[in-house]
Design a protein around this ligand. Structure first.
Ligand SMILES: [Zn+2]
Length: 91
């Protein structure tokens, strides 16, 4: 099994990504859910994930647009979910 390593998607960040960034949406009318990769910032390091979460001032509601400092540049509804990337092992 080949595991790819990704760089953090934040501009100028040299760190390896620790997480894949997803956007989780819950439709309050229909109850439909979706979880998709945040195309504006698909990978992020721990440091920037912390900065991203600490910088949120709005309520995190999965049916509303939440302004994150580093992710969701497209301003789509939903909350950021960080999915741990598997560490790459050298055989
Ligand atoms: Zn970073």
């Amino acid at each position: 099994m080949t595991l790819e390593r990704h760089r953090c998607s934040v501009d100028g960040c040299p760190n390896l990504a620790a997480y894949e960034v997803h956007r989780y949406v819950f439709d309050l009318e229909e109850g439909a859910v979706a979880q998709v990769v945040d195309e504006s910032c698909p990978y992020i390091c721990v440091e920037h994930a912390l900065q991203n979460e600490r910088g949120v001032t709005a309520d995190r509601m999965p049916w509303s647009i939440v302004d994150y400092p580093l992710t969701n540049a497209n301003r789509a509804p939903g909350i950021a979910v960080y999915v741990q990337l598997e560490p790459a092992y050298v055989a």
